[in-house]
Design a protein around this ligand. Sequence first.
Ligand code: QV4
Ligand code: CA
Length: 534
Amino acid sequence: MCINTNCGAAGKCGFLAHPGKNMKLFILVALFGLSLAQHNPHTKHGRTAIVHLFEWRWADIAAECERFLAPNGYGGVQISPPNEHIVLDSPWRPWWQRYQPTGYNLCSRSGSENELRDMITRCNNVGVNIYVDAVINHMCGAGGGEGTHNSCGNWFSANKEEFPTVPYTHWDFNDNKCRTGSGNIENYGDPNQVRDCRLVGLLDLALEKDYVRGKVANFMNKLIDMGVAGFRVDACKHMWPGDLSAVYGRLHNLNTKWFPGGSRPFIFQEVIDLGGEPITSKEYFHLGRVTEFKHSAKLGTVIRKWNGEKLSYTKNWGEGWGFMPNGNAVVFVDNHDNQRGHGAGGASIVTFWDARLHKMAVAYMLAHPYGVTRVMSSYRWNRHIVNGKDQNDWMGPPSHGDGSTKSVPINPDQTCGDGWVCEHRWRQIKNMAIFRNVVNGQPQSNWWDNQSNQIAFGRGNRGFIVFNNDDWNLDVTLNTGMPGGTYCDVISGQKEGSRCTGKQINVGGDGRAHFKISNSDEDPFVAIHADSKL
Ligand code: QV4
Ligand code: CA
């Protein structure tokens, strides 16, 4: 798209001079432009970060958009799967029941279709985008039985592979294509079974069929027409890129009530690629963005100082660390899987359970220019780790006795109650989401480190951050690149009116400032930005 614009502005594209060559160029630009568009999150008003409101009810998300996300500059919300799903009694209502679709009607544990529509409308009206978690690789588990025990109460049969509300019958699944004895994926070294066999027993859809592609596209198009801005596409490693391309190609442009004409849905694909498998993230780059799990695993290792890692080694963070190209990446500190030992990433993942380290890791991610950033917002569960495995990794969101999800109460101090963690509301994290908006578009600048775990960097002349993750104090004068003046540190406090509730940092006319951070500070880092100037 940029290519087109530049071309027009320069006024010398020469389309007429070499028609043959230019036709090719034109097609290339058109294709490139199209795929680039699916990499664009379409966030509004210079907002950048996305928050995953895991398992929240639609009514609560609508309220959160209006009362908190828009005023604090969050650009969008990833929501839990909105379609009808199996309901499980053993274990009791696990969170993962929503990754077992029984159809595409829009009634789920988070609420009804009307509540979903109301949420999308209200969030869009305050400029906060909605991204849907789309489970399109499979339906429920083969052992899911039959009956009406699902979130919409419609009849289905896992035994017969019949889902009449779509409808899908056994012809629409990959049973004949899969070549393993169990019918499940047995070896991640074989791309054919990873794509055509069942992921942990989940009935695998035949996405090569035009009929199945059509049903999936209809489901996604209904949501696009309702106003969503895009999708987190679940389990993409288990779908052939060609099949996904066919599905995405059928998607409508975004609803022009809220988005410019011709806007393509933002697509970010869940592919866990930590290296060592034949299927790589790269196969999906042309289709949309991809989740960069290396970022999550490595940042955890660095912040925990495991394997001899040091913050000073992150000077070339991003592609320099073997991560995917910046324009393809969606990054996060933890996600709903790896915060409880599902998926991949391992013990290094830093979650709200390690709050001090978590705040530092999220601040690092939000201060750094790499990737589209997603903040995790969790609920507490009775974590019970035995030999490294959480026995309660299945536990669903805070619920009433009948299994229905509790709504999110807001305490007078702006934190959440009833077991909802709301990391996105923590002052340090919220203020770093704002920092990211303020420095948006500025390159990383003025790097400093002590060759250990004290580092600092700026974002042009718009913001500067200093971390002390060593076991001793930091006491240093640094070039911030910021205009002279007194700034309010947005980690220990924030600017309120004309006063500062936290530390104050004086930047001289030469851009230099003195920083002192004790290793025993509640949060051993300091951040200032153009809008925190007093
Ligand atoms: C069990 C046995 C199987 C057996 C099957 C028979 O383990 O061996 O074949 O019964 O029916 C749940 C259970 C799982 C059970 C399965 C089917 O945990 O034990 O299989 O249901 O009944 C989430 C959870 C899974 C859960 C699944 C469906 O993490 O535990 O499985 O939902 O409810 C890989 C993938 C990656 C995936 C990641 C977790 O490459 O794509 O694993 N991540 C995404 C989501 C994730 C979700 C799925 C994919 C599936 O982020 O949350 O899995 O939609 O790395
Ligand atoms: Ca598959």
